[in-house]
Design a protein around this ligand. Sequence first.
Ligand SMILES: [Zn+2]
Length: 207
Amino acid sequence: MEILTLPVGPLQANCYLLFDEGKNTAVVDPGGDAERILEEIHRRQLKVQAVLLTHVHFDHMLAADEVQAATGAPLWIPKGDEAALTDPSRSLLQWLQEKSKTPLRPDRLVEDRDILTVGKLRLEVIATPGHTPGSCCYRCGDALLTGDTLFAGGVGRTDFPGGDEGMLRESLHRLSKLEGEYTVLPGHGPATTLDKERSGNPYLSLL
Ligand SMILES: [Zn+2]
């Protein structure tokens, strides 16, 4: 498996391209800069089989429609965040001055413990509500894509509509208890490891 990280969009969210040796690809959180994402897809001749979101906030999904249109890939989003697709106050799309986009239409709502198959990749859904009601992480091999739940040295905000501090705490507890070591690929900022966060991130180490 290879993983490319592309910081995209107005808030430089990390869009991840995960692909197997046959170039079967999952695009996670295409948060903007569709041209840049598509250029990378075309240059590497990636076969996009699915577009996935960790949660429905605009900065993680602004380019989802264009990536879908260009690749024909289905859109998979976490169950619990579907209300945000049509509610700009929940997706935070209302922050943007541009007129609101046509709501995305998911082809599948993914749930906790679902195993998603993309070519030879196996992505396991770990529901981690708190930042949003549906926020989830995707575990693929030794990579853990944490969206806006867990960052290097920090955690997601819970003061947006639908946020819940108690649920975030439980979700972080669950992540901290995962057995083994993972490369943590967050929705913003640099990669880290789960062990580093378990020991050095006060939100995890003080749980
Ligand atoms: Zn977010």
